[in-house]
Design a protein around this ligand. Structure first.
Ligand SMILES: *Cc1c(COP(=O)(O)O)cnc(C)c1O
Length: 418
């Protein structure tokens, strides 16, 4: 990692020298808007999205049902492009459904492939939908869900996981980057340990895809899923993606026997026969407009390349971390992300007893859009493709000014969505 800016002048200089500076203009920014540090909840809108959606409208108007000749392949065509961001070779990624539904499909497929093994291993600090889906699958299949109770900041380490991997474990399902603390999991080591025990390994990459080079093929992971609307900039409710390692595909079946996963879909035959390859994990008709918008969302990332994006992200997060220690710690805040920069993903978590009031005031005063996670965590997510070093610098000054303001001790209404 290159040196971090020491003052605002150096932050401006870092922006002038930033090889990714021009990518910022590929996204919409409103003049005078607050500094946006919530790209891990909803990525900014790429300038290319309107054109991509306009193209779908044109195709629909012009070609009507004939559009399906080329829309049919969108889930795997765009899936392969997402695969390039994930270090996954072609034929292993498909765009479909939501992350939650994809998790369900892949976890259920894995459990069916490991009959007689009664345990699912998950993380008690994982994103709620992961825990809930695993709870539901455990209940339906008569299995036991065991949740790791590891340190919420540092996340699960190999040493915590290995002792839990007995012959009864069917599936290990963890997040590559923790949604709160940003702790990075060693997917490769965890997969190797899971495989040694005869279990399958499934990872949720919602906070990793498009941020760091996850090297899915190299990691040996059997299965993965991730979100389209966070770092992939697909827009609110964008379809999600799923990954199934080529070698694992023939042994796994989706629990949803839908016609889009059928071998000869338009034969309309009497019995379900899963398609060869990744298509067997599709269920029903794909969201064409959503996939086109997602494709526009990943285009800037593919052009920039993951190594350059990750190099900048690490500097941005490093800057936020250093300035949080300097400016926010004296105001009662604590960094609750791993201190080791090699174990952090793309966001920084800060806890403060008045975190909700601070988040509320930051937005209300038009200063910064952070993200709040109960009970007391602010997540700050700079995005390499569009966040500048100067923004990261200024955001910390603004957060410090709000935490130092007596108004932060007044109660403010809690919003429904945080
Ligand atoms: C955001 C997120 C999801 C979201 O799931 P949806 O089905 O899109 O609502 C799932 N898993 C993780 C780890 C997330 O961070």
């Amino acid at each position: 990692m290159e040196g971090l800016p020491q003052d605002r002048e150096e932050a401006l200089e870092a922006d002038r020298e930033d090889p990714l500076a021009s990518y910022r203009s590929l996204f919409h920014h409103d003049e005078g808007a607050p500094i946006y540090l919530d790209g891990n909840s909803l990525g900014r809108q790429p300038r290319g999205t309107a054109g991509a959606l306009g193209a779908v409208l044109d195709q629909w108007r012009r070609d009507l049902v004939g559009g399906w000749d080329y829309w049919m392949d969108l889930p795997t065509v765009v899936g392969d492009r997402i695969g390039q961001l994930l270090g996954a070779g072609p034929g292993q990624v498909a765009v479909s459904d939501s992350t939650t539904v994809n998790l369900y499909k892949l976890a259920a497929a894995a459990l069916d492939a490991r009959p007689g093994r009664g345990v699912i291993l998950g993380d008690g600090h994982d994103f709620p939908t992961v825990r809930y889906v695993l709870q539901g699958l455990a209940a339906r299949s008569g299995r036991r869900l065991e949740l790791l109770g590891t340190d919420p900041v540092e996340g699960p380490r190999l040493a915590d996981i290995t002792p839990r991997l007995g012959e009864d474990v069917a599936l290990v399902c963890l997040s590559a980057v923790n949604y709160r603390s940003g702790a990075v999991l060693d997917m490769e080591a965890v997969t190797e340990a899971a495989h040694r025990a005869g279990a399958l390994a499934l990872f949720d990459l919602s906070h990793a895809a498009g941020v760091l080079p996850v090297g899915l093929d190299r990691s040996g992971a059997d299965l993965a899923v991730g979100c389209g609307y966070k770092y992939l900039n697909g827009g609110p409710g964008a379809p999600a993606w799923l990954y199934v390692r080529a070698e694992a595909q023939p042994q796994l079946r989706s629990p949803i026997w839908g016609w889009f996963g059928q071998e000869d879909q338009f034969a309309m035959g009497p019995a379900y026969q899963p398609a060869e390859g990744i298509r067997r994990f599709l269920a029903g008709t794909p969201d064409v407009a959503g996939i086109m918008a997602l494709d526009a969302g990943i285009s800037p990332l593919l052009a920039a390349g993951l190594p350059a994006l990750w190099a900048k992200t690490r500097r941005l997060v490093g800057l936020l971390a250093r300035r949080s220690e300097e400016l926010l710690a004296p105001l009662g805040a604590r960094v609750v992300s791993p201190a080791d920069p090699t174990r952090r993903g793309g966001h920084l978590a800060i806890s403060h007893p008045r975190a909700w009031s601070a988040a509320y005031l930051l937005v209300q005063r038009g200063l910064v859009v952070p993200d709040f996670r109960p009970p007391d965590v602010l997540r700050l997510a700079p995005v390499a493709a569009y966040t500048s070093f100067t923004e990261a610098w200024d955001a910390l000054d603004r957060i410090a000014s709000v935490l130092a303001d007596p108004a932060v001790h007044q109660d403010v209404p809690r919003k429904r969505v945080t």
